[in-house]
Design a protein around this ligand. Structure first.
Ligand code: BF8
Ligand code: SF4
Length: 646
């Protein structure tokens, strides 16, 4: 790492078009190469060829007799205990889904504790989303009469904790309070209604352990159940609680890509997922700006990576520095004083890259530590103190910045974020105040909006950064399909101007542009809405669920009947698998652009891409080619339109 011998460039003239389509990322890869800094793409090369058994999902290590491998072309057909390929693939898939659901449920659990502490007055968080309390209380059946904001927030936090403590056989309250009765009935008949998220996670780990479940189909049904744990104990609960604590997002304009880093300010990058941490860093960076100026900087600049970036973008207008595959590259600019991480999606490599510069890395949670980082254990109670400490570390690091090592790409694009369902309804209300969803529905019926697709998920080093996402979205927009996006795909689309009004003119089909312009102008934006609406972080995929529920409810149909689809073109994390499973459970066709490790089982592949449609109305579409994937989605949307008679 950071070998100062500048003599031997291994790939001096490489263009990095296999790695990324992002010119800022390519520029930093070139710098990394020049400075002999290893990135995730180098480590990917070292992993090649990746294990074929793992790739197909037919390797089992669930007991110490293993590892056992199945030969897809012959013997052995079974592991030592007799588990065959179908069983091993299904068991592995359930463990992956558990990993994702556990990540999101744990995220929501932290937010609940923070809200509870805020409501009890023991933590320095102001409850900024009082307008979210009414709707959440209403769906949970909590009466608001005569109660203060704090009392209601506490009651809602306790209702969430009650789901985590549910020892009865009743399903999770958050699920039955959110999903339509028809969906609850469908899931009830399948026996997949989760009761207590922690219990479901425990039971699924037990179910997949050696010598328990031998039924691949039963295991796949448990995948659906864990998808619902993710959807309601992770995404929905997380978003509801975070909106109450930090406020419902409203449209906000900012910028995206590495060019948002500043040459003359202290740069702090927030990375991870929990707004309890990133919101406090933003608050204290603003409050301590004077200290940065006194230290010779022009101020403090905050930028976000991954979903922390999405969280503070949509509520604070903080710019996005980059998505998952750009995290090391942000440090390689040489201009980052501090990277603050909390949980999920930060690479263990970041401290090694940071060691080549003056960059400090701060970890903040007991479960997310890095040996060479500074650990500032954040709690709701001490958040002010720890955030100040972190910001002061950044200010102190500024003096150590080495100008000779600084190279900030100039690339950045205008991007709008903060399109919660509440905001979308508000924008539509400018067209029809009495019946806000009517203009959207009318335009869908008239074919001006052919359908809608939600883009979600990550970058994955196996596919060129941002490419599949951008190519698919171009095809779909040209065909008048409205796009909503979250997570790292939202970052990707932000970087290339899809989240801006200009993007509508450039990419939207004529009919869609007409609708975006009419709504944007009525809502006072002075131009079209962006053709891709940024709905937030990965937990905010619940907002897409809310939108689908609202549209289906309005039309008096089921979500599975709508001309809609979902796509995770570059998924990498277990969370993307569990989210996708929830979306399929809702009845939505869900495209994945990276082949999940299931092909070793024809049975599991068949169920996920076909048979499950008969149970929930949704299924997975596996397609690595962006144009074929977009076409598959268009065919699906057209078929749904036809079935609706529109
Ligand atoms: O939760 S999209 S790489 S950052 S997992 Fe991670 Fe994937 Fe990015 Fe957000 Ni979501
Ligand atoms: Fe092998 Fe069965 Fe043990 Fe898995 S559970 S490692 S297949 S013996």
């Amino acid at each position: 790492m950071c070998d100062t011998n500048q003599g031997s460039h291994t790939h001096a003239h490489q263009h990095y078009c296999q790695q990324t389509i992002d010119p800022a990322a390519a520029e930093m890869l070139e710098k990394a190469n020049r400075e002999h800094i290893e990135t995730t793409w180098d480590r990917f090369e070292q992993q090649k060829p990746q294990c074929g058994f793992g790739d197909l999902g037919i390797c089992c290590r669930n007991c110490l007799q293993g590892p056992c491998r199945i030969n897809p072309f012959g013997e052995p057909r079974e592991g030592i205990c007799g588990a065959d390929a179908d069983l091993i693939v299904a068991r592995n898939l359930l463990r992956t889904t558990v990993g994702g659901a556990a990540s999101h449920a744990d995220h929501a659990y932290s937010a609940i504790h923070c809200l509870k502490a805020a409501a009890e007055g023991t933590a320095p968080y102001e409850i900024r989303g009082a307008d979210k309390i009414g709707p959440v209380a209403a769906k949970l059946g909590i009466s608001t009469e005569g109660k203060s904001t704090d009392e209601l927030a506490l009651e809602i936090a306790n209702a969430a904790l009650a789901d985590f403590g549910n020892q009865t056989d009743e399903p999770m309250k958050w699920l039955t309070a959110t999903a339509s009765p028809a969906l609850v009935e469908t899931w009830g008949k399948l026996g997949v209604l989760p009761k207590n998220p922690d219990r479901e996670i425990r039971t699924a780990m037990h179910q997949t352990s050696m010598g328990v479940d031998g039924s691949p189909i039963n295991l796949l049904l448990s995948c659906v159940k864990l998808g619902l744990v993710d959807g309601y104990a992770g995404l929905q609960m997380g978003t509801d609680i975070q909106d109450i604590l930090f406020g419902i997002p409203y449209p906000v304009k900012t910028e995206a890509n590495l060019g948002v880093l500043s040459n003359d300010k202290v740069n702090i990058v927030v990375h991870g997922h929990m707004p309890e941490v990133s919101e406090k860093i933003v608050e204290w960076a603003r409050k301590l700006e004077g200290e940065a100026i006194a230290a010779g900087a022009a101020g403090i600049n905050i930028a976000g990576i991954c979903c922390s970036g999405n969280e503070v973008l949509m509520r604070q207008g903080i710019p996005l520095a980059g998505n998952y595959l750009s995290q090391e590259l942000a440090i390689i600019t040489g201009a980052v004083e501090l990277m603050v991480v909390d949980v999920q999606c930060f690479m263990p490599s970041i401290t090694k890259v940071a060691a080549c510069y003056h960059t400090k890395v701060v970890t903040t949670t007991p479960i997310g530590q890095l040996p060479d980082a500074e650990y500032l254990p954040f709690t709701p109670q001490n958040a002010d103190e720890k955030a100040q400490e972190a910001v002061r570390m950044a200010i102190a690091a500024f003096a150590k910045r080495d100008a000779a090592k600084v190279q900030i790409p100039t690339h950045k694009s205008e991007a709008w974020g903060g399109f919660s369902l509440e905001t979308i309804v508000q924008a539509l209300a400018a067209v029809n105040a009495e019946d806000p969803l009517k203009p959207l529905i009318d335009n869908i019926v008239a074919g001006n909006v052919l359908g809608a697709v939600g883009f979600a998920g990550c970058n994955n080093v196996k596919v060129t950064q941002d490419q599949t996402t951008i190519e698919m979205v171009k095809d779909l927009l040209a065909n008048n399909v409205l796009i909503v996006a979250t997570g790292c795909t939202a970052h990707a689309l932000a970087k290339y101007g899809f989240l801006s009004p200009e993007g509508a003119k450039k990419y939207a089909g004529e009919k869609l542009l007409g609708v975006l312009t009419a709504v944007g102008e009525a809502a006072g934006l002075g131009g079209p809405l962006p053709p891709v609406l940024h709905m937030g972080s990965c937990v905010d995929n619940s907002r897409i669920g809310d939108l689908l529920g609202a549209l289906a409810g309005y039309l008096g149909v089921q979500i599975k009947d709508l001309p809609v689809a979902a796509s995770a073109p570059e998924l990498q994390h277990e969370k993307a698998v569990s989210i996708g499973t929830w979306v399929v459970a809702l009845g939505v066709l869900t495209h994945v652009g990276v082949v999940p490790p299931v092909l070793g089982s024809p049975l599991v592949s068949q169920v996920l891409t076909s048979d499950i449609e008969g149970l929930t109305g949704g299924k997975f579409l596996v397609e690595t080619d962006p144009h074929a994937a977009a076409q598959g989605i268009l065919d699906h949307i057209n078929a749904k339109r036809k079935a609706l008679g529109i």
